[in-house]
Write a protein that binds this ligand. Structure first.
Ligand code: CIZ
Ligand code: SF4
Length: 359
């Protein structure tokens, strides 16, 4: 449905009034009604970088979810204010790794006598205090575009140890497993899953000693729902269809796909695809619909009908954006995301390690 013309007009007017003072970032999974007002679009990594490249903008309005706005706040200057148009736009995956749980796991690794060999690696989709934990404990942040390089970096930190190092990877077990097994040459047997709901993660000391990848039991409530069966069905019914999925999908789905990669990779792949080619895409629905609209010469379908939008991404709608922008016009900064200095300092260490990765 087209967005309400009166709201479109109000958003435009507020943006015009604010001019260069405001910079609006739009994540690929956002609604079209919001994306039309984004100065730039991107995945969480690109948006954080874009925000850092706009020191003249007094206000960064982040159309995405909470952890992304936190990362933007960490990577921008103290004079810049980051606004999240709806504070309830969280990420269920990020919420699956709570700092106290991660600290408990860390202590358990010490008790098992393996902590010295472990490097913590957190996916960008985590809260600022989890990133700060990684900064304080020799760890690094990664995204779905650079997870392989981040794991290589992590194992390099412990290359001097007999038997090498281990990685504690959170919150997304699927990205961790897919990267370890499909990119790093590890086997499924090298991976164990740490369940924060169970004592000692549900693992024995021997299992912790033997594992190379300790995967946090977290997942994305959207990407985790695609199934391998639907891939088989599509291949049987649409000749020549290619399956393109995000690495947050389960290992079984990724194994059956033709191509796997970050949202930026998915977009580039579709842009480069020949006219007439057929694609089933396993990522958030707003992005898949936009790709289908923008490429009418290609046959683009959503991988699985039963999977729906990311409900928290969708909380940012045009009324919330208008409210945030009009408040700024009146000099009121609503829904500011302000990470405390101590957390910011340590989180920046882990983020900087990622930004310093080659490539
Ligand atoms: O699933 C997400 O939220 C993704 C892919 C985020 C991002 O942009 O890295
Ligand atoms: Fe979180 Fe998944 Fe939504 Fe991304 S798509 S914000 S990982 S719940």
């Amino acid at each position: 449905p087209a967005s309400d013309p009166a709201l479109v007009e109000r958003a435009r007017a507020a943006k015009d009034t604010l001019g260069e003072r405001v910079f609006v970032l739009g994540h690929h999974y956002q609604r079209d009604e919001v994306i039309q007002f984004a100065d730039v679009t991107g995945d969480s990594f690109k948006l954080a970088r874009d925000a850092a490249g706009r020191p003249e903008a007094e206000y960064i309005v982040f159309c995405g979810v909470h952890f992304m706005a936190e990362s933007a706040d960490i990577l921008t200057g103290p004079h810049q204010k980051v606004v999240l148009p709806d504070l309830s736009a969280g990420c269920s995956m990020a919420d699956m790794a709570v700092l106290s749980q991660v600290e408990d796991a860390w202590d358990a690794l010490a008790e098992a006598g393996v902590q010295d060999a472990v490097v913590p690696v957190t996916y960008m989709n985590s809260s600022a205090d989890i990133k700060a934990f990684c900064g304080r404990n020799g760890g690094i942040v990664c995204t779905s575009s650079n997870a392989e390089m981040a794991l290589e970096w992590a194992f390099d930190q412990k290359a001097h140890l007999d038997g090498g190092g281990k990685v504690l990877f959170f919150p997304d077990q699927h990205l961790g497993r897919n990267t370890a097994v499909l990119k790093m040459g590890l086997t499924l047997d090298d991976c164990v899953v740490w369940d924060p709901q169970k004592p000692n993660g549900g693992l024995t000391t021997q299992q912790l000693a033997d594992a190379t990848m300790i995967l946090w039991k977290g997942h994305c409530s959207v990407h985790g729902r695609f199934t391998p069966e639907v891939v088989d069905k599509l291949r049987a019914t649409v000749p020549g269809i290619q399956i393109l999925v995000h690495p947050e999908c389960t290992h079984e789905v990724v194994l059956k796909a033709d191509l796997v990669g970050s949202t930026e990779f998915i977009i580039k792949t579709i842009e480069a695809a020949p006219a007439g080619s057929s694609w089933a895409i396993g990522t958030e629905l707003n992005l898949v619909k936009r790709l289908a609209n923008d490429h009418p010469d290609k046959n683009i379908v959503f991988l699985e009908k039963n999977v729906c939008y990311c409900s928290t991404m969708n909380r940012i709608d045009l009324p919330h954006l208008v409210w945030a922008l009009e408040s700024l016009v009146k000099g009121m900064v609503v829904n500011q995301i302000d990470v405390d200095d101590e957390t910011e300092r340590h989180a920046l260490v882990a983020l900087q390690r990622m930004l310093d990765l080659p490539g």
